[in-house]
Design a protein around this ligand. Structure first.
Ligand code: B12
Ligand code: SF4
Length: 442
């Protein structure tokens, strides 16, 4: 029995290389690789950096699908099926849109696959694949087996991705994670995480978690153990970490030098509409940010525009806010209407979707707005995202913030990462916009 894993690409502009900042190691594939029965032969094609051999002699093709990669994934599935191969699709997009995905494959895996992988393989061996498998949220694999991408490893950014938890207790209107995990949080055993970190190639880590502070006692135990490894790491977290001095200190002492926080908006009405007004109950936002900075931890601040109260004024105020706090890096993205989220359903009910299935639309490009914003036009919204992001990533701003970063943390790896990421984002800004989704990969 041989299994072929595929990670589909988003797409690229003709004659250009795949966007560097998207080239992280494909942890999803390593985790699935661990879950396969031992006697299964396996191979992996990373569509982002290499050609797929559609004529490979395989029994089962497993493709992971995100909304942005759906069009490309369905094309790849077609190519394999034309050659008589069985194809299974799974991942975020498939879990959110199983009926759609089912049209393009032999079977779909809904949700996590930890408890279903053996059944899937047994059925494939017996030539009796079911149309649907529905897994439970589960994260008890021991150590993700990265040997599956030993051949491609050098092409990935030099940062190790290690999973610590999945899901989040919150229920932000636009968020795929809230839908996928039904506003619940699960985490791995601390010992497994530590063993995996010890085995990793790079000593800079991105701890994959949607909200690592969701279970406070787990977070404290984890940080205490990571401290012994003497590594540098980053993760995604919510602002409430700043209200817990003890855990914040533990986190810093364990090597955390940067965190990604989704502020989304600084407008109260927007936050209310997106179901994220809980961040306002945490306390004075500026003070909380300063506490994190004072602990020596930099912030990757993520903002989203296109909510009903947004105008150009919102961009101006947010840029001012970002400059005031001299963030390590920022994201100014437009709102994405991911399928099956509350935002998607609201816009559909209000007749504001410009295209029902934008992810499959012919000619759809990265950065195209898929809905009618209230107080801006779609073109204005994408133009403003670009304009104000450009302002933040001007060389003058990069230099100024570079010194602030050095003042905040003396960790060499983080200072190096600062320059690398900011310069990369400066040059990638225009490259990102207009990438044709699902195109130019073959
Ligand atoms: C690391 C990460 C990134 C990295 C690299 C991702 C990569 N593919 O290499 C970076 C920072 C570059 C990134 C960028 C983006 N990301 Co991202 N990212 C993540 C993150 C935090 C972790 C992904 C991961 O490794 N998870 C761990 C694995 C083990 O979990 P898993 O993928 O869910 O796999 C399990 C199951 O789903 C299932 N499964 C998955 N696939 C398959 C396939 C088969 C056949 C089977 C049987 C089972 C199966 O089995 C696995 C084990 O149980 C997730 C959030 C999250 N917690 O997962 C967001 C996430 C995947 N990203 C998301 C988004 C939106 C983006 C961007 C579009 C953001 C932007 N505006 O630019 C870009 C797109 C770039 C891209 N796709 O290449 C969304 C996707 C939503 C959606 N509906 O598709 C997520 C879910 C975040 C969110 N809050 O919504 N991202
Ligand atoms: S806090 Fe973050 S991960 Fe949790 S539901 Fe909101 S956006 Fe999603």
């Amino acid at each position: 029995m041989k299994v072929t894993f595929i990670l589909p690409a988003i797409g690229k502009k003709k004659g250009e290389k795949y966007l560097k900042s998207w080239l992280m190691e494909p942890l999803t594939i390593a985790v699935m690789n661990t879950l396969l029965p031992e006697d299964v032969e396996r191979e992996f094609f990373d569509d982002r950096i290499e050609s797929i051999d559609y004529d490979t002699n395989t029994d089962l093709v497993l493709i992971t699908v995100e909304t942005y990669t759906a069009k490309r994934a369905y094309h790849i599935a077609d190519e394999f099926r034309k050659r008589g191969r069985k194809v299974v699709l799974g991942g975020y997009h498939v879990t959110l849109m199983p009926d759609e995905a089912e049209e393009y494959c032999d079977a779909v895996m809904i949700n996590n696959c930890g408890d279903k992988m053996h059944e899937l393989i047994d059925d494939a061996r017996a030539g009796a694949l079911k149309r649907r498998y529905t897994g439970k949220p589960c994260i008890d694999y021991k150590i993700a087996d990265r040997s599956i991408y030993a051949r491609q490893q050098k092409k990935y950014l030099p940062i190790s991705l290690v999973e610590t938890g999945r899901g989040c207790y919150h229920n932000c209107e636009f968020c795929s994670i809230a839908r996928y995990y039904d506003s619940k949080y699960i985490h791995r055993e601390v010992a497994d995480i530590i063993n995996e970190m010890k085995a990793c190639r790079h000593k800079l880590f991105f701890l994959v978690d949607d909200s690592i502070f969701s279970d406070k006692s787990f977070a404290r135990e984890l940080f205490t153990e990571i401290k012994k490894l003497k590594v540098t790491w980053t993760t995604q977290i919510t602002l409430d970490i700043a209200r817990d001095d003890e855990t914040l200190r533990l986190m810093r002492d364990s090597g955390c030098s940067m965190v990604l926080i989704g502020f989304e908006s600084i407008d109260q009405d927007n936050l209310k509409q997106m179901n994220k007004e809980w961040t306002q109950r945490l306390g004075e936002r500026d003070e909380l940010i300063e506490k994190i900075h004072a602990a020596g931890i930099s912030i990757y601040a993520s903002f989203v525009f296109g909510f009903d109260e947004d105008t150009e004024e919102s961009f101006i105020n947010t840029l001012r806010f970002a400059r005031k706090h001299e963030f390590f890096v920022i994201a100014f993205n437009h709102l994405l209407t991911f399928p099956n989220t509350e935002t998607y359903n609201r816009f559909r009910d209000e007749g504001r979707l410009l295209c029902d299935k934008w992810w499959l639309q012919e000619g759809y490009t990265f950065g195209t707005i898929s809905f009618e914003p209230k107080r801006l036009t779609a073109e204005e919204l994408s133009g403003l995202c670009r304009k104000y992001k450009k302002e933040f990533f001007r060389f003058g701003s990069i230099f100024k913030r570079g010194f602030v970063c050095f003042r905040r943390t003396k960790v060499p790896l983080i200072n190096f990462a600062y320059w690398f990421v900011n310069i990369l984002f400066h040059f990638e800004l225009d490259k990102r916009i207009g990438i044709p989704v699902g195109e130019n990969m073959d």
